[in-house]
Design a protein around this ligand. Structure first.
Ligand code: NI
Length: 170
């Protein structure tokens, strides 16, 4: 178990398309998952993607996955999603790799997710609203996409301190 260093925006690893996990049970993959969970907790994140800890693999940790009976941080390997409705909502996002900033990002409100769990078993579930937002944010990371790329316009981009004073309105 270890707390890993977080890659910051500008590091090329955050812009690379990450490689699929071929052997979920490999000790290196299991260690990466444990270390990512520790790292996410340390920085009070609600999600973390492997490229953010300098590892270009398709692994994300989501704080909790509803409907999978998991209330603990949930690793998703090789995950994909599809929108179950074309409806999008805008809300604030931040990212551990983009320090102290918040911006309004449109995301699908209702998605279907397919992934492999840490034991190599297939996992399928639906997610809505904030939960769906976190998953879309983290799955963007494994394709080299940051939330800034998804903003409709950059005028809502706000420093954390100013966001706390002014940014609560959507
Ligand atoms: Ni992020």
């Amino acid at each position: 178990m270890a707390i890993l260093k977080v890659a910051m925006m500008g590091n090329p690893v955050l812009r690379r398309k990450a490689a699929a996990i071929k052997d979920p049970l490999h000790p290196d993959v299991q260690r990466l998952i444990d270390d990512m969970i520790d790292t996410m907790k340390e920085y009070s994140g609600v999600g973390l993607a492997a490229p953010q800890v300098h590892t270009s693999l398709r692994v994300v940790i989501i704080e909790a996955v509803k409907g999978s009976n998991a209330t603990a941080p949930t690793p998703l390997l090789n995950a994909t999603f599809e929108p179950l409705s074309q409806q999008k909502a805008e809300d604030w996002e931040g990212c551990l790799s983009i320090n102290d900033m918040r911006g309004l990002v449109p995301r699908f409100r209702h998605i279907g997710v397919k992934a492999t769990d840490r034991k190599g078993k297939p996992l399928e579930f639906e997610a809505t609203e904030f939960h769906a937002r976190v998953i879309q944010h983290e799955l963007d990371h494994i394709d080299g996409v940051l939330y800034l790329d998804r903003m409709k316009d950059l005028s809502s981009l706000t420093h954390m301190a100013e966001w706390q004073r002014y940014g609560l309105k959507k």
